[in-house]
Design a protein around this ligand. Structure first.
Ligand SMILES: Cc1cc2nc3c(=O)[nH]c(=O)nc-3n(C[C@H](O)[C@H](O)[C@H](O)COP(=O)(O)O)c2cc1C
Length: 209
């Protein structure tokens, strides 16, 4: 199956070719894959920064365990979760739903109240964990879309979120850098591309009940 071949082809790229850039057309496709990602209630409580600027990336590399992918990839995607649930976000989502699906706003009020009540039940830690999980679904779609386009990527958590937040001015926007993806093309000398995949045996991962 083609999908499985794409997944076998991809790997967490360690060394990117700094001279190869992702085309604007492919970049739009990658953005669309993120745009179409699932999210809890459909709220999409995150933002994705796509950074090309080398000066900023040099600064980010210093707080990313000095990983070369940060500066050498074509683009750096920084997934930033909202740091709190703003009720206005829920109202905006409801307005958008009303508009897109041609449903009267009043008919959606119950759903808005339900979401607000459910989210208000969460403790601060639960809310934070929930908000930080959301961008990972979009990250997964990005990695899949990259593989389908034969674009390389490296998902990254090896960075200091606090330092990213400072450098990128995220705190004041109510955002937090939670996961990063370097996107571009593998360097012919990246030895990781030839390594066999390390995965648990299927029977250790699945149980059919
Ligand atoms: C959330 C997340 C964070 C990761 N952080 C890093 C990282 O900081 N640096 C890195 O080189 N690889 C990172 N990886 C890559 C994993 O090590 C890699 O996906 C895993 O070993 C499986 O290998 P494969 O992707 O090559 O199949 C990360 C992967 C994920 C999903």
């Amino acid at each position: 199956m083609e999908l499985i071949n794409h997944l076998k082809w991809r790997y967490a790229t360690k060394k990117f070719d700094p001279d190869r850039g992702v085309s604007p057309t492919d970049l739009e496709t990658l953005k669309e894959a993120i745009h179409l990602s699932v999210s809890s209630y459909g709220l999409q409580l995150y933002k994705v920064l796509i950074i090309e600027d080398q000066a900023i990336r040099k600064e980010l590399k210093r707080v990313s365990w000095d990983q070369d992918q940060v500066t050498d990839a074509s683009h750096l995607f920084v997934f930033c979760n909202h740091t709190r649930v703003d009720p206005e976000e829920i109202d905006a989502f409801i307005r958008l739903t009303s508009q897109k699906r041609k449903i009267d706003l009043e008919k959606l009020e119950g759903y808005a109240s339900f979401m607000k009540a459910k989210l208000a039940e969460k403790s601060m830690t639960e809310t934070r964990n929930w908000l930080e999980r959301q961008p990972y679904l979009a990250l997964g779609n990005l990695l899949m879309a990259c593989a389908a386009l034969k674009i390389d990527a490296c998902p990254m958590e090896g960075f200091e979120p606090g330092a990213y937040n400072k450098i990128l001015g995220l705190d004041e926007q109510g955002l937090n850098a939670c996961v990063v993806a370097a996107v571009g093309y593998r360097h012919p000398e990246d030895r990781s591309k030839d390594l066999p995949k390390v995965r648990k045996p299927m029977e250790a991962l699945f149980e059919e009940v």
